[in-house]
Design a protein around this ligand. Sequence first.
Ligand SMILES: Nc1ncnc2c1ncn2[C@@H]1O[C@H](COP(=O)(O)OP(=O)(O)O)[C@@H](O)[C@H]1O
Ligand SMILES: [Mg+2]
Length: 249
Amino acid sequence: MVGTKGRLLMRASLSDLPLVLDNVSLRAGATTILEHLDLTIASGMPTLVLGPNGAGKTSLLRLCMGLAEPSEGRVSWGGRTQSAHTRRAILFQKPVMLRRSAAGNVAYGLAQAGCPRRRRAARTEELLDRVGLLDLAARPARLLSGGEQQRVAFARALAREPEILVLDEPTASLDPAATRHVEDIIRMAAQAGTKIIMASHDLGQVRRLAGDVIFLVRGRLCEQASVQDFFDCPSTPEAAAFVRGDLVL
Ligand SMILES: Nc1ncnc2c1ncn2[C@@H]1O[C@H](COP(=O)(O)OP(=O)(O)O)[C@@H](O)[C@H]1O
Ligand SMILES: [Mg+2]
């Protein structure tokens, strides 16, 4: 039998990285959503997933989380095709808040992550502080602004101490000030060693955050490159057009 200590040791020794997609296709009925993707996502700076609406970004993130199964090919985490979700967390564009206080939402995340009850209050405070929301701990989460709710969602996700944090356009409906708060949290998490995989269609955001870029068009991988190469010498006409700010459909 594996006790708590054994589980912790196992957790510490197994990494979900690199995350590898090997000839992955995803279909829904007759529709091909993603086609023959070969990708390696390694530890380090954030990986930004770019592409026009409908390119398949959300679908790719769901595969990365293990929330969707490929129709063809293989997804693996640290060489394993089966990997528990415990070390990964995902945030969506619109955060889903429980009908509780901001602190209650974070405490729920901690409970889900297996944090012992006696440690939850202190950890909740720590996490709310990390996202700059300690003052609003007691406020009903659903009454917070969109940006504040997104920060609660980050605190809740960070409660799991994820090795991989998947973000699906987390700032798409936020104003610049709220976006800056969220980007600061992303930068902090990345610096603390969490691998960020994030969809965006904001080129400025990509310049500010990315280490490397995955560029999708109509379900196909157009480019995977360092952020510098992506902007300085895009290797496909679609990527070049996207970088210029032209409409890519
Ligand atoms: N379950 C599904 N069934 C059918 N089509 C889907 C399904 N999920 C996504 N799609 C289609 O796949 C394409 C890619 O969707 P999505 O991954 O959400 O792209 P993005 O996030 O880049 O906008 C879209 O054309 C979408 O309509
Ligand atoms: Mg999407």
